[in-house]
Design a protein around this ligand. Structure first.
Ligand code: CO8
Length: 259
């Protein structure tokens, strides 16, 4: 159990899991995605002695600023967007289906794949500096790690459409108002609230907690994650995506041509 990009600390039965790439605002590169799969799917998959997981991003600027755009540049060329989306979805399913509660403590940017990661967790507590958004359209792509499905589930179709189609960011107060996060609080109070929720859950019947998570997830079993992966594959095979990713790296505005 060793990780390059995750920090893991257990305190009083709660696992504090930190995504630790602060120089890239904790963007999810493939190595980090692999480590999240290792954590949720292997190392902690059978740990029934823990109360839950508190997931955050290192530093005070960002939870996770998305998938790692610099790694993307090879994706369109290789035509492997659909495959990459499916693999990422599988990692986030491990989190959504984890047998103990996972709370995202969102401190700063939760954008693109970072917002998708937060909404794959069972609950979200935001600090008042949190910013949420699905800016994929700025790059000429769409959310591919389950965001098109889970945003609908959480905030309804109209707001999901607005966030996904405009790429606009919203602040913690607005995220709380529309039900994207359970609480929005100053940093210290936010962590206390998340820990309080986990500790309360820790006093309940563990089998009941596990079965509740499974039953609530079962409601959404018909969601169209496959469709999303195929659609991501189509969008990521465009010239627009190459242009969008290059524009980000070169710190300029993208010039999309609809091809
Ligand atoms: N990927 C890689 N590097 C990143 C990312 C990212 N997503 N976000 C920030 N960084 C890097 C920057 O390049 C910069 O690095 P450097 O110092 O080497 O230039 C460093 O982090 C700091 O960032 P900025 O200088 O840009 O900081 P600012 O305060 O000026 O801006 C922002 C902060 C607004 C968060 C800005 O960094 C930004 O817009 N980031 C990109 C956000 C984004 O578009 N996220 C969505 C990515 S797409 C996605 O997540 C798709 C998910 C589905 C994938 C499906 C399968 C592949």
């Amino acid at each position: 159990m060793s990780y390059q990009n995750l920090l893991v600390e257990e305190k009083e039965g709660i696992v504090h899991l930190t995504i630790n790439r602060p120089k890239a605002l904790n963007a999810l590169n493939q190595e980090t995605m692999g480590e999240l799969a290792q954590f949720f799917g292997e190392d902690y998959a059978d740990r029934r002695d823990i109360t839950g997981v508190l997931l955050r991003g290192a530093g005070d600027r960002s939870f996770v600023a998305g998938a790692d755009i610099k790694e993307f540049l090879g994706v369109a060329a290789a035509g492997s967007g659909e495959d990459m989306a499916r693999k990422g979805q599988a990692v986030f399913f491990l989190i959504e289906r984890f047998h103990r509660p996972v709370i995202a403590l969102v401190n700063g940017f939760a954008l693109g794949g970072g917002c998708e990661l937060a909404i794959a967790c069972h609950m979200r507590v935001a600090t008042d500096t949190a910013r949420f958004g699905q800016p994929e359209v700025n790059l000429g792509i769409i959310p591919g790690y389950g965001g098109t499905q889970r945003l609908n589930q959480l905030i309804g179709k109209g707001k999901a459409m607005e966030l996904t189609l405009t790429g606009n960011m919203i602040d913690a107060a607005e995220a709380h108002r529309i039900g994207l996060v359970n609480y929005a609080l100053p940093a210290e109070a936010a962590e206390e609230k998340a820990l309080e929720i986990l500790k309360t859950i820790g006093t309940k019947g563990p089998v009941a907690i596990e079965e509740s998570i499974k039953a609530i997830n079962a409601y959404y079993a018909g969601s169209q994650f496959d469709y999303e992966a195929e659609a991501f594959g189509r969008a990521s095979a465009t010239e627009d995506f190459m242009e969008g990713a290059a524009a980000f790296v070169e710190k300029r505005k993208a010039n999309f041509r609809g091809k």
